[in-house]
Design a protein around this ligand. Sequence first.
Ligand code: M6R
Length: 607
Amino acid sequence: MCGIFGYIGHQHALPILVEGLRRLEYRGYDSTGVAIDDGSHVQTHKTVGKVADLKAILPETVSGTRGIAHTRWATHGGVTQGNTHPHASTDGAIHLVHNGIIENYQHLRRGLSARGVDCVSETDSEVLVQMMALELQGGATPLESVQNTLQHLRGTWGLCILFRDHDLLICARNGSPLIIGQGQNETFVSSDPHPLTAHTQRVVYLDDGDVVVINRESFQIKTTKGLPVEPSITVLEDAWGEAELGDAPHYMYKEIYEQPDALRQCIGGRVDREMGTGRLGGMGLDHQTLVQAAHIHLLGCGTAAFAAEIGQMLIEKMGRIPATTHISSEFRNNDPVINPKSLYLAVSQSGETADTISALKEIKLKGGQVFGVVNVVGSTVARLCGRGVYIHSGPEQSVASTKAFTNMVAALTVFATQLGRTRHLSKADGRNLIRHLQQAPHLMETYFEDIGPIHEAVDLLCEADSVLFLGRGLSAPVAKEGALKLMELAYIPCLAYPAGEMKHGPIALLEEGSPVVVVAPNDHLKEKTMSALHECKARGAKIILIHEKGDPIGAEGDVSIAVPAIHPWLTPLLTVLPLQLMAYETALKLGRDVDRPRNLAKSVTVE
Ligand code: M6R
């Protein structure tokens, strides 16, 4: 979604801002712009399109050591140059970039009109800069102009503001992430840590309600009401994994093939093979809490929700304790009953998904205990929860989530094992599972050495009007994940159903040649899944079958793709791999933008 980058210091701002934007590109956006104080006036350059398009229209050099920049993912108003940020006040005194949504902007806009100020864009963001300008004209200081304006707002914001006549930047946060990076006599502002690591490891994650005045050598944080806030400096650790593309053709390709190493990072040091249990220190769970937990609730969106569904089943299998997965956006709006004796897990790659954040705030408000299952260190979910497990996937830049999925599943498996061992799971069963989990990275590598006839599957999928994905038990969420991947990348309508539900409706879609992807690892449900496969075949469907190597069911598919055999509770870690590759290759063949599918954003920071 929208990205902010700001700079004030002693270097030329323009190349720093453009590089910051480039590193924010993966979040998803449709237009981009910069504003720089060149010493005599503020230059603004904007364009619809990519950062490369912006680069193409920028002057060769722009002097100036202070500026703000933005990538916009349209919410209010179309994708036009006029709606692209930065937005300027009519008198040109203030330039602003904004992430988030101002819910009462139409009311505020009417108020501005009544005072003779007409907005020139269709955005909610422009009202802010016009309101601040009126404050400034009325004698307010830059800080007062921001504080006074914020008091009138309803909604969410991450703001970075440049004042033409004052040598500073001002930032504010409410609901949209913003991070200050502190260098030597220079300060950076970013909506995520990734672009900051090129400049500094010392960062401050802003909290909701913070307003920051950034001068050349220092910055001060205040509350909206002006009370001082002591900054809490976080030193960014060298994260596992390379954030740059390197030699890979796409981020998605790179991230698919990083899964074995990512999985090693996730489980390393977190399993006790001798005792057959998990050790998730960051959860801070004592024995008594685990034993007394009444219910486990898992929350997430998209891929994270499917990983959560797998976690839910493993928790029930190993812990014999009720577990439920909730779609975050539904959960928070349905007035949920919160049980303080239950444990709530917020699952999110980015840790910035607005729906998941709102859900966890609701749980905390009602006295529930929430734990994060998160990839991005220091993200909002991680900080709000305070406890949890980092999945250590390394930077995931492709909009389509891949290595985060397998690591979420792995982290939840370790949690389920830890929970199970305090209850009903025997030491022998725990040890067996951990042994297989430790082999999983190697088995992923074995699969990547021979990925099977993916291209034959792609030939079937490319021609399809729609694709049905089927699986049972742990493979039902895998089928959903495969359908989501293919749909979001190739723009082919996809349906995913638990295989037993097929005959209750989706079977009506099948006709001669319809592709059906069946996920059938060698577990106790395989025979039932095969019945569904036969019912599809009898109606002329073309079956793409994901099965375990050496299993004779391989003969039943029109295209059969084998993955290495593993413990039946760990099959999602392997069966999802060919589904990811099929989605990637199909999208490529159809000429889609694999890493940045249309209309999608990497982290969905608005509701
Ligand atoms: O960052 P999160 O894990 O909270 O993101 C959740 C979803 O937005 C995300 O998984 C989305 O569905 C991906 N595009 C799936 O590939």
